[in-house]
Design a binder for this molecule. Structure first.
Ligand code: ADP
Length: 648
C-alpha cells in the first residue's frame, strides 16, 4: 500500500508539463477541428518520420558503431491492438532524448509546415482540404488519435534514460523519464471512436502500399494466419478467424525507389515519391531517372515541380536535392549538385563513389561532385528541351506551365553557366512587338526575320506594355520588323551575357545608334544626314542646355511619333539596369544616357528660335525618361516647366 503510494508520488514529481509553441497549438486545433478529407495520411507521415529516424541512425552510425547496439536490422513496425484501440508505429532508429522530445514535438521547425501555415485561409473547409493534401508530420497523428503516447530512447543511451511524451493535442504535453529496453521510438495512437477502421490490418496494409511502398526499409506487420477449430463429429462447422503470430513480415517492397529499374516503377509511384520528398502536394511536371555510369557512377532521380515555391527569389530558397551515398542518406539541400539557376529541381542523387563521411566543405572541392552537377544540369536541360520540342499537346502545355513558373529563374543561367548558354537560350520564350503571347523562341524569331535583317532586335523595359509602347520601337513598327519584348527583372542583366544566337547578333534597340543595315534605304540615310546638318545648331544648344543630364544629343530616324528617346552607349548600363541596381542598394557608376531627337516632330521643330528653349528642352528630356518607365530627377521642376509652357 505504502509502496504504491510512494511510486505514484514519485511519478507525479517526475512528470513535467509543457505548453506547445503557439504555432503548434494553432495547427493542432486545425487538425482536430477541421472536417478531415483524407485522414489516412497520418500513417504516411508517421512512417516517413520513422524511416527518417532510421536514416539518421545509419548516418550517425558511421562514426558511432555503438549506436547499433546489438540490433543492426533497421525496420519500422506497425502493430494494431483492438482491445486497447491503439495503433503503434515503432522504429529502431536514432530515438529521442528527453530534451529532443520536448523540443522537436513541441515546436515547429520544418519550413514545409511553416509554409503550409502561411497558406491557411481561415476557411475551415478549404484549410481541411489543404491539410489533407499537405500533411503536417507528427501532428497528423491527432487526426485519428484522441491521445498520443510517444516512448523513445536514443541510440546507445542507458535503458533507464528513456522518455515518455503524452498529449491529447490540446494546449500542453507531459514528459517523464522511463525505462525502455529497445532503442528507437514507439508512437502509440489512442484512436478516436470514429477512426476504429485503422485497427483492421487489411486497411492498414492497403494504406502502406499506397503511400509508403518506396520507403527503403521494411515496414513490417505481424503475420496473421487463418485459424479455425475443427468441428467434432456431427458438430456444426466452427467460425474461423485471422490470428496474429509472433512472426513479422514486410508489407512494402523495401527497396529505395531510385534503385529499382525504371520499367518496374509506375507513374503513380514516381509521383508519390516526389510528394514525400518535396512536401509538395501537386504532382511534378516531369522527371528523369537514370543510372549514370562512367568515371563517376551515380543514380539521379530529378523532378521539375509544377509550381514555384513562394521564396524562389529569396535567399532562403534552398536546393532540393538529397544526397545519398550507396543508399545511405547523407544530406538535404545538397546545393553543390545542381546549379543555382536550377534550384527549383527536387530529387535524389545516390553516388557510388563519394566517401560516406563527406561534408559540405568536401563536396565543394570534389571532382565527382562537379561531374554529377554537370550531369544533372544536362539532364534537366535536355528534359526541358524535349518538352519544348514535343509535338504532343500535353507536353506543350507542360512546357508552357514550366516557363510561366520558372522561365525567369533559368534566365539566370545565361550569366552563370556559359557552357550551357546555347541550351538555355533555346528554352527561352518571348512576346514580341507583333505577338503578345509569350511563345516566340529565338529560333521562331530567326525564321521570321525579314530579308536583309542582320540582327535579332529586342527591347527591355519594366513592364511588357512599357516595352511594347517604347518610342524606340517606332521605326521598327513602321518597317514591320519584329522586336522581342523583355520585361522580366532579370532580362537586362542576363542579356548582357548574350551576344548572339545561332550566328545572329542580338541587338538591344535602346543601345547604341540604330543601324538597320540593308533594311534602311539610301534615301533615308541621306535624309538623316541632311537633318543632322540642318539641326546642328539646335543639337549644340540642346547639348549645352542639358549638359547635366545627357552625355550627347543627336538626331535620329528611329522615332516616328515621339519627339525624343533615351539610348545607352555601347557597353554602358541602361537607365533601367541602373534603377534596378540602385533599388537593390548597390553602388552604380554614374553614367548619362544619350538623347536622340526626332527632326520630324513638331515639338522638336518648335525648338528653333523658341523663347522658352530651356523649358522645352528639359521637358522633352524628362518625357523621354518617363516614356521608358523612369521618373524625372526633379519631378517638381518638371511640373513647373510644363506649366510654364502651358501658360504661354
Ligand atoms: P519533420 O519530420 O518534417 O521535421 P515532424 O513534425 O514530423 O516534422 O517531426 C518533428 C521532429 O520530431 C522531427 O524532425 C524529428 O526530429 C522528431 N521525430 C518525429 N518522429 C520521430 C521518430 N520516429 N524518431 C525520432 N525522431 C522523431
Amino acid at each position: 500500500m505504502f509502496n504504491e503510494f510512494k511510486e505514484r508520488l514519485m511519478s507525479e514529481q517526475s512528470t513535467q508539463k509543457h505548453s506547445f509553441q503557439a504555432e503548434v497549438a494553432q495547427l493542432l486545433h486545425l487538425v482536430t477541428h477541421s472536417l478531415y478529407s483524407n485522414p489516412e495520411i497520418f500513417l504516411r507521415e508517421l512512417i516517413s518520420n520513422a524511416s527518417d529516424a532510421c536514416d539518421k541512425l545509419r548516418f550517425e552510425g558511421i562514426n558511432h558503431p555503438e549506436y547499433y547496439e546489438n540490433d543492426p536490422e533497421l525496420h519500422v513496425r506497425v502493430s494494431l491492438d483492438k482491445d486497447n484501440k491503439t495503433i503503434t508505429i515503432s522504429d529502431n532508429g536514432i530515438g529521442l532524448t528527453e530534451q529532443e522530445a520536448i523540443d522537436n514535438l513541441g515546436t515547429i521547425a520544418k519550413s514545409g509546415t511553416k509554409d503550409f501555415m502561411s497558406r491557411l485561409s481561415g476557411d475551415q473547409k478549404a484549410d481541411a482540404q489543404l491539410i489533407g493534401q499537405f500533411g503536417v508530420g507528427f501532428y497528423s497523428g491527432f487526426i485519428v488519435a484522441e491521445k498520443i503516447t510517444v516512448e523513445s530512447r536514443h541510440a546507445a543511451a542507458d535503458p533507464t534514460d528513456g522518455v515518455r511524451w503524452i498529449s491529447t493535442g490540446t494546449g500542453d504535453f507531459e514528459v517523464e523519464q522511463i525505462s525502455k529496453a529497445s532503442r528507437g521510438t514507439d508512437i502509440i495512437l489512442h484512436l478516436r471512436d470514429n477512426a476504429l477502421e485503422y485497427l483492421e490490418s487489411y486497411k492498414v496494409k492497403q494504406i502502406i502500399n499506397k503511400y509508403s511502398d518506396h520507403i527503403s526499409l521494411p515496414i513490417e506487420m505481424q503475420k496473421e494466419v487463418w485459424q479455425q477449430e475443427e468441428a467434432a463429429e456431427g458438430e456444426e462447422a466452427k467460425a474461423g478467424q485471422m490470428v496474429k503470430t509472433d512472426e513479422w513480415e514486410a508489407i512494402n517492397s523495401a527497396s529505395a525507389l531510385w534503385t529499382r529499374n525504371k520499367n518496374e516503377i509506375t507513374d503513380e509511384q514516381y509521383i508519390e515519391f516526389y510528394k514525400n520528398l518535396s512536401h509538395d502536394f501537386e504532382a511534378p511536371l516531369a522527371w528523369a531517372h537514370n543510372r549514370v555510369e562512367g568515371s563517376t557512377e551515380y543514380t539521379q532521380l530529378l523532378y521539375v515541380p509544377s509550381k514555384a515555391p513562394h521564396n524562389i527569389f529569396t535567399r532562403e530558397a534552398k536546393a532540393g536535392i538529397k544526397l545519398y551515398v550507396k543508399r545511405v542518406f547523407i544530406m538535404d539541400e545538397a546545393d553543390n549538385l545542381i546549379p543555382n539557376y536550377l534550384r527549383f529541381v527536387q530529387g535524389v542523387v545516390d553516388s557510388a563513389d563519394l566517401p560516406l563521411n563527406v561534408s559540405r566543405e568536401l563536396l565543394q572541392e570534389s571532382r565527382d561532385v562537379k561531374t554529377i552537377r554537370e550531369g544533372n544540369t544536362r539532364r534537366i536541360l535536355t528534359m526541358l528541351d524535349s518538352l519544348a520540342q514535343s509535338e504532343d499537346e500535353i507536353d506543350q502545355e507542360k512546357f508552357k506551365q514550366f516557363y510561366a513558373e520558372f522561365g525567369s529563374v533559368i534566365k539566370e543561367g545565361l550569366g552563370e553557366d556559359f557552357g550551357n548558354r546555347e541550351r538555355i537560350l533555346k528554352l527561352l520564350r518571348f512576346s514580341t512587338s507583333t505577338n503578345d503571347e509569350i511563345a516566340t523562341s529565338l529560333a521562331d524569331y530567326k525564321a521570321r526575320m525579314k530579308e536583309g535583317q542582320k540582327a535579332i532586335y529586342y527591347v527591355t523595359a519594366d513592364s511588357l506594355s512599357a516595352a511594347k509602347n517604347s518610342p524606340q520601337l517606332e521605326l521598327f513598327k513602321k518597317k514591320g520588323i519584329e522586336v522581342l519584348l523583355m520585361a522580366d527583372r532579370v532580362d537586362e542583366w542576363a542579356m548582357e551575357f548574350v551576344n548572339e544566337f545561332d550566328g545572329i547578333p542580338m541587338q538591344n534597340v535602346a543601345k547604341g545608334a540604330v543601324d538597320l543595315g540593308d533594311l534602311q534605304d539610301a534615301e533615308e540615310k541621306k535624309a538623316l544626314e541632311a537633318a543632322a546638318e540642318q539641326f546642328k545648331p539646335i543639337v549644340e544648344k540642346l547639348s549645352d542646355s542639358l549638359k547635366a543630364k545627357t552625355k550627347e544629343v543627336r538626331v535620329t530616324t528611329r522615332l516616328v511619333d515621339s519627339p525624343a528617346c533615351l539610348v545607352t552607349g555601347e557597353g554602358e548600363l541602361s537607365p533601367q539596369l541602373i534603377r534596378m541596381l540602385k533599388q537593390a542598394g548597390q553602388a552604380v557608376p554614374e553614367s548619362k544616357p544619350i538623347l536622340e531627337i526626332n527632326p520630324e516632330h513638331p515639338l522638336v521643330k518648335k525648338l528653333e528660335g523658341s523663347s522658352q528653349f530651356d523649358d522645352l528642352a528639359n521637358v522633352i528630356f524628362d518625357q523621354a525618361v518617363i516614356a521608358e518607365g523612369g521618373l524625372p530627377d526633379d519631378p517638381a521642376e518638371y511640373v513647373k516647366r510644363i506649366n510654364n509652357l502651358l501658360l504661354k
